[in-house]
Design a binder for this molecule. Structure first.
Ligand code: G3P
Ligand code: CA
Length: 231
């Protein structure tokens, strides 16, 4: 089962920071997931639209200039990274899951990622675009049909994985609190891969693995790998 470091190794370092990504790489995570917001023509890594939970700033992202956001402390003296800095740090060392939280301009994002991938020798196939906003995923597929897509869901749909099939997603990524064996079976029988977030308990990891889940998003990749190897 593939281990994504959720917001980087966020149990060990502040989430969505370069330190969290370096830690995930040192823990040999198979991939790193992070959250991206658009700020005018730049892309920054942060989970919430509001700044107060993860930085020493207040208000929402749009209320500050980019230079002001970049001066904030995102924990342990880390700054809020740009997407460019994140891609530079991770490079081709592991897979990358870009979760689009607040994105307005898909062509700009694709162009930005494409340029960074060329500059840092990141194979295009190392990138998976995911979102709860399925319109964004559809827009990506329209422009870049071979883009790898992860369709996120925060609920258990009546038709299970049908929406991800319509989107031609590679992955359906669902919350550990409601994923059951039937959901996994339905996704896999449609040819989809199943990802589950956020999984840190050994018993959950082992159960999901026994159901054939393809990937999990973990705050502590090192512990997850240990639990799976000992299970
Ligand atoms: O991509 C999986 C997971 O990160 C989605 O939920 O809230 O942690 O971004 P959240
Ligand atoms: Ca996320």
């Amino acid at each position: 089962m593939f281990i994504y470091a959720h917001r980087g190794a966020s149990a060990m370092a502040p989430e969505n920071t370069i330190l969290a990504f370096e830690t995930a790489i040192s823990q040999k995570a198979d991939g790193i997931e992070f959250d991206v917001f658009q700020h005018q023509n730049e892309f920054i890594l942060i989970h919430d639209r509001w700044l107060h939970r993860t930085t020493n700033g207040i208000g929402h992202i749009e209320s500050l200039l980019l230079e002001q956001i970049r001066l904030l402390d995102a924990g342990s003296g880390q700054s809020v990274p740009t997407l460019y800095e994140a891609l530079k740090c991770i490079g081709h060392q592991c897979q990358i899951n870009i979760e689009m939280k607040g994105i307005k301009d898909i062509p700009l994002l694709l162009n930005y990622v494409n340029n960074a991938c060329q500059q840092f020798s990141i194979p295009a196939d190392n990138i998976l675009y995911s979102s709860f906003d399925h319109h964004l995923l559809k827009a990506i597929k329209c422009i870049k049909p071979n883009a790898r897509i992860g369709a996120l869901t925060a609920s258990k749909p009546i038709d299970y994985a049908a929406f991800a099939e319509v989107l031609e997603a590679e992955y359906i990524n669902a919350d550990v609190t409601f994923v059951d064996k039937n959901f996994v079976y339905d996704a896999k029988s449609r040819g989809l891969k199943m990802g589950v977030y956020t999984v840190d308990q050994p018993e959950d990891l082992l159960r999901l693995q026994s159901w054939g889940v393809d990937a999990v998003f973990c705050n502590n990749p090192l512990n997850a790998k240990l639990a799976l190897s000992e299970g």
